[in-house]
Design a binder for this molecule. Sequence first.
Ligand code: TPP
Ligand code: MG
Length: 478
Amino acid sequence: MKFLEAIVDFLERNIKTLFYYPGEQVLPLCEEVENSKINNILAGDERGAGFMAEGYARITNYIGVAISSTPGAGNLVTPALNAYKDNSSILLITGRNYKKYRGENYFQEIDMNFLNIYKGYFDPKYEDFVKAFYECLYSRRPIHINISLDCYDKEVEVRDYIKYKYNYNFNIDIESRKPLLLIGQGIYGLMPYKDIIKINKILKSVQIPISTTFPARGVISENSDNCIGLVGRRGDIKSLLEADKIINIGSSLSYNTYVESVRNELLKKTININFYPNDIKEVKELFNNISLDNLWFEKELYFTPKGDYSKKIYTLISSLPDDAIIVNDAGKHTVFTCLLKKCYLPKSLIASHSFGCMGFSLPTAIGVKLACLDYGIDREVVSINGDGSFIMNLQELKVISENNLKILIVIFENHKLGRFKTINNPNFVKIAESFNIDAYKTENYEEIEDVVKGYLRGNKPLLLSIKTEDEDLPTPNR
Ligand SMILES: Cc1ncc(C[n+]2csc(CCOP(=O)(O)OP(=O)(O)O)c2C)c(N)n1
Ligand SMILES: [Mg+2]
């Protein structure tokens, strides 16, 4: 079999959808993919393709794949950095000209190592391509594969790759009067979405207070009696300080979770459990082995909205179903949404947690939506944007329109780039309409509710622009 057929055959067996933007050096690959069973989504640009792959990877806890031309590869750097910081499995495939032009000033001939943010493969053999795929999945990092035009016609031997399996020691013997469980997204391990949502039930019966990091929010329902909810920079600190032992399962203990002022104190009483489950049975087994029993904590009160911006975000969130998947961008709207949304299921709030990257929401929401369709995940997808963030992604409206993706696109128009700068906006309603997407602008609370309710009854995308006054953010824990 030829290398090109072999890799597309491998992808066909292992993924359902990929995201791409074509170009000369990846044309053979793009054409082969088009003739395969893989659903291939033409993004507005390569940055969009990268974020779509990230959204797809995030919701499925699997892998997202993006293909880019040589000049477009620079546009993939931002999603690659984001995936690196947020631990997302995205596989980035780029092309390169024939080897004979290496070192020559030939059209589009350039070294592509700049995209090896975590790791890169250059002109891989078939087995290296497969290895890179699994490495991407297991490492939760972006992996770049750069393929020269010479490679495609090479004859290769197709062999099955043996999947890696983690083994654990489940014996957890901890003495504690005031134990606290801290759960990070590592608890998802290699489990598919359908297993991830089952963790909730297991955790509900654990008789210790449970806190989560931002990306793990909703792994236990935030209305459970044993759930403290989010801890750290934008969450609770008190319970972390009061606990005598913190049992960490799956958190990288970033400065977002253990903020600087109390970091050393918390690290001293933290016990790290090395756990990366393959399936839900392992999660059950782990928690059967935690025999602590003491629900000692008091629930902290949530943030209450005071100004126009946060009240409008609250109105929006209250109008949505509890299980809606909200994909945030970066700015004030992100913080207000984080403080006001209660997460009852995993992946209820998807954001650029560790990178705070503007332009994240809309393409990521597209990836999330396509994964929901592929895997039968029946949850509404909502993209929340600031006016500054949204304008970075106008071209992706085309993807939503062409694929008729039911996504609620919300823009909060405070005419400001957060605390940085005042801005003027175009008419977002007209822009959406020019892409054949229904759109509505309002500044009225009841209207937000009505429009959202109407949207939920339908089966089409909608852009809702909400005019709001500006509002200062509450001070974070530092
Ligand atoms: C790609 C990128 N560029 C710039 C920034 C810096 N930055 C963070 S938030 C922000 C303003 C966001 O404005 P907007 O989207 O309107 O959201 P708002 O804060 O008004 O809710 C800027 C410029 C960033 N985080 N990411
Ligand atoms: Mg703004």
